[in-house]
Design a protein around this ligand. Sequence first.
Ligand code: DAH
Length: 363
Amino acid sequence: MSETASDRSTIDALREDFRARIAAASTDAAVKTLADEFLSRKSGSVTGLMKTLGTLPPDARREFGALVNALKQEIETSVDERRQALAAARPPADAVDVTLPPRTRAVGHVHPLMLVRQQVEDIFTHMGYEILEGPEVEDDFHNFEALNMPPDHPARDMQDTLYLGSPIVGGTWGAHRGSVPDAQVRAATLLRTHTSAMQIRYMKTFPPPVRIIVPGRVYRRDNLDLTHTPMFQQFEGLVVGEGVTMANLKGTFKAMLTALFGDVKIRLRPSFFPYTEPSAEVDMSCHKCAGAGCAICKQTGWLEILGSGMVHPAVFEAVGYDPDAVTGFAFGIGIERLAMLKYGVEDIRLFYENDVRFLEQFS
Ligand code: DAH
């Protein structure tokens, strides 16, 4: 009997040991190791007890056998339950792992040229200008002739023009606010070399006063280098009315450049454009060195910004305005040039290569 009692306590000890450890088994492998430790055919501790049954007298064998069997069944049931519980807690194969770092979304950026264009448009909108665009494919009349450049005029050589293989007849020109039908149906023969062509289109369509800004692409037969691209962008400005003077022109540039670059000085240098008289090249004091001289302004303290002048009477005559009744000023600015100065970009080609590493630096 004492033997049975001690075996009984062996069974109790095994059960307690098993119960404590199955609860802590947190993986399939741990459960299997534990199950083997108790039940494996060769070395399981419960299997070992089974093997001793044959040595007991029949009564004790029956009684003890029932106890060992009960333990064995408890272990088997617990092992099954533990396995099922682990399986239920395991995420499905296609589950989202919420602990992974998130995939960042690729956010688009406004192109630096568009940023500058928007700023300039804002500045002039606040000054009461109308913003409108025009056709990129132009005819000779609007791009040259009406701008005081007759067919044999040497000033046409100032810009190398890209002509079309076959001319296009007809078309309309769009505007931000509405679109105006092309009054004169002429064959378009070239890609406009400057936005100045829109001075003519606008004045032929609308009477004075005029206060417009025309942003847009222009084309020239230039090879790509640090400062040239065959397509680039400009702003044309045109103001016409009674008593418009060169002082208005100067004040306008001062306001625009100060808004774009901070507190800069401006100066006008005599220049030549066939469609303005007098003509002026406008410089601003270098915004990097405040005029002291640096690499950006090539030690001069000044940066060339735009071409401008008082509208030539011949231009007014070409569009049917009375040169004795109105005066005006006009100007053209390169948008790339402004963006290069503003953002310190040294190679104009970067604007058109669309390398995301470049573009994402502007926001
Ligand atoms: N059209 C000139 C260019 O493309 C820029 C320009 C100069 C425009 C003087 C003007 C102006 O309206 O008055 O280089």
